[in-house]
Design a protein around this ligand. Structure first.
Ligand code: COA
Length: 363
């Protein structure tokens, strides 16, 4: 049997949650283009949509907002039970270890609202501990994005930063059969529990080929420093055999639509004067990277992906760069939970085959 390297193009599930059209650069979440949701709906709206298939009525949004607030408070109360889990030097390691603790808290802790809340609270608590401070307690009356920003940034309540974080979390909520979602679905297919699936997904998201890129994207902006140095720096990276972070995608053959949505959300912050220079630099680097990659790979379009403008947006909003990947996890958690439920409903074990190329016993 021929093997499909990286499972590229292999269809492993039917899903009603999201559709990624790589040729057209279109991302549809439960019947809505991502541009209709990003910056126009709250994170609570998009959670409700992903979980229930329709946008919420105002009273349903309020209900979910209150439930998430309550669940954040409950998650914060768990911090003292986490031991050393939140002291790992890497945010994704801390998030994986702390989320795993939810399993010890009983069935009521294994629901999607609780998991979504806990991932955000644990990520933010890790950032505060890393900064040498104490975790900031949630405020259950706030929207999820506003409270996440407050807890993660050390207290920011800037309305434009809240809007940017809300747009970001909503924009990354789901994205077809990406690696972390697939990992979650594999675990779900074994009839394991939701926490185990989310822990597996966090492990997959950590890698720089998936969700680990936005911090390195910001490092790249710093290393380049000015638009006039972009080409030489990028050439040096490619000559050294390194990849340009935030560029390229397994599915998109055009620019990732989330890059445009997040660039726009970052530009809304720019009008407040927060990040004009950074955005200008990012755009210049993107142009140079695109040109260089097109020269090297005329057969394959390597354009900006979601991580490129995530870096600009989250930095401008006041999220520390070491927290970028955990913040991605906080946004993606509801999508993972939705896929867990969808996969479990099929009742079918995911168990692909492999081609054995090793030695055979002597005859
Ligand atoms: N910079 C430089 N070269 C890149 C590249 C990048 N960002 N992305 C892909 N390429 C090159 C590969 O080296 C490969 O070249 P080769 O055929 O000469 O070996 C070719 O393009 C095809 O790449 P491939 O590894 O088959 O693509 P993929 O679909 O497996 O990879 C990514 C998709 C996202 C993993 C890849 O584009 C990447 O590593 N990007 C940088 C990390 C990143 O931004 N991750 C976040 C993703 S949302």
């Amino acid at each position: 049997m021929a093997s499909a390297s990286g499972l590229e193009g292999v269809v492993v599930a039917e899903t009603r949650i999201s559709d990624v059209d790589g040729a057209r650069g279109r991302l549809v979440i439960r019947g809505y283009d991502i541009e209709e949701l990003t910056g126009k709906c709250t994170f609570e709206d998009v959670c409700w949509l992903v979980w229930n298939g329709v946008l919420p009525k105002p009273e349903q949004r309020d209900e979910l907002r209150a439930a998430l607030g309550h669940a954040r408070v409950k998650s914060f109360a768990l911090l003292s039970d986490l031991g050393r889990a939140l002291y790992a030097s890497d945010g994704m390691d801390a998030l994986r270890a702390s989320t795993a603790h939810l399993i010890a808290t009983g069935d009521s802790q294994r629901d999607r609202v609780q998991i979504t809340a806990a991932v955000a609270v644990f990520a933010a608590a890790w950032a505060r501990i890393q900064a040498g401070g104490a975790p900031i307690a949630p405020e259950d009356s706030l929207g999820h994005a506003a409270d996440y920003l407050r807890m993660a940034s050390g207290g920011s309540t800037d309305p434009s930063a809240i809007r940017a974080v809300d747009a970001y979390l909503s924009c990354v909520i789901d994205h077809g059969m990406n690696a972390s979602t697939f990992a979650a679905r594999v675990v779900a297919s074994t009839a394991s529990d939701m926490v185990s699936a989310i822990v597996a997904a966090i492990g997959a998201l950590k890698g720089p080929l998936h969700g680990g890129a936005p911090g390195p994207v910001l490092d790249m902006f710093d290393a380049i420093g000015g638009a006039d140095r972009a080409r030489v720096w990028l050439e040096g990276e490619l000559a050294a055999g390194r990849r340009i972070m935030g560029m390229g995608h397994r599915v998109y053959r055009v620019r990732d639509p989330r890059a445009a949505a997040l660039e726009q959300a970052a530009a809304a912050l720019e009008q407040k004067g927060v990040t004009a220079e950074r955005l200008k630099l990012a755009r210049a680097i993107e142009r140079e990277a695109e040109k260089l990659l097109a020269e090297r790979h005329p057969e394959r379009a390597l354009r900006a992906n979601v991580e490129f403008y995530t870096a600009v947006l989250l930095e401008a909003a006041g999220i520390p760069r070491t927290l970028f990947s955990p913040t991605f996890g906080a946004g993606r958690a509801p999508g993972w939970c939705a896929h867990f439920e969808e996969q479990r409903a099929t009742g079918r074990l995911i168990r692909p085959a492999s081609t054995y190329v090793g030695a055979m016993p002597a005859a």
